[in-house]
Design a protein around this ligand. Structure first.
Ligand code: ADE
Length: 224
């Protein structure tokens, strides 16, 4: 998979992909992540990328020209499965969206800033608008990093068996059961006996019951 991220703050995207699973996914050739600085495409003599909004009001708007220039350059080079805009008024991201996106060959992600981008970018280039939750971030970069992480870990071969995505919370609309490691007792707090029993079918059954109970208690909406 290839992912192109368009931003006015590329520094914000330096560390999220340079450790652990995301770094390994790139090293193993499962994903190429390219971050593009929208400012490099500004033809303004001061390299401005934003302007006052028509009609007045507080807050700057990202201008159409430099963003259109990056998008057009990229779409002239390859075809994109989706051109995504990160925005708090988009569809709230769920595991099923990540599963779908993980089947893509080329994805482009545009990060908004300030008051957002000129609406004509959304009307004419964007194919999906994604929010990572009902709160407002300072920009779309951290949200884009969340989407990339959630999607890349689903590409076959990125995770090994131990970290398999199939047992993740949400993958079957259930939260994950509780997990424990050594020691078996700490300050008198004991690991559930069943997990030490070596009885694999019984452990599996216990985990299923715990997953169901946890989902009923914490996220009953997932069971609807
Ligand atoms: N940009 C600002 N807030 C956001 C959010 N909650 N999700 C996606 N992009 C955003």
């Amino acid at each position: 998979m290839r992912i192109d991220i368009l931003t006015v703050l590329p520094q914000l995207l330096e560390s999220p992909f340079s450790a652990s699973i995301m770094q390994r996914a790139q090293d193993k050739g499962h994903v190429e992540i390219h971050v593009h600085n929208i400012r490099d495409y500004s033809t303004d003599k001061h390299k401005n990328v934003d302007d006052y909004q028509y009609g007045g009001g507080a807050g700057m708007v990202l201008s159409i020209e430099p963003i259109a220039a990056v998008i057009e350059k990229l779409i002239s080079e390859r075809s994109y499965d989706d051109i995504i805009y990160m925005t708090p008024d988009g569809k709230v991201l769920e595991q099923s969206d990540c599963n779908t996106l993980s089947l893509s060959k080329n994805l482009m992600i545009l990060c908004g800033h300030y008051k957002g981008v000129d609406e004509r970018i959304r009307e004419h280039y964007i194919t999906k608008e994604i929010s990572i939750g009902s709160y407002v971030l300072s920009g779309g970069e951290l949200a884009a990093a969340v989407v990339v992480d959630a999607v890349v870990r689903l590409i076959p071969g990125v995770l090994n068996d131990e970290t398999s995505a199939l047992t993740d919370s949400f993958q079957d609309n259930l939260l994950s059961p509780p997990v424990y490691t050594r020691p078996p007792e700490f300050k008198g707090w004991k690991v559930p006996e069943i997990l030490l029993s070596g009885n694999l079918p019984a452990i599996e059954k216990w985990r299923e019951e715990q997953a169901l109970q946890r989902t009923q208690d914490r996220r009953p909406d997932l069971l609807d």
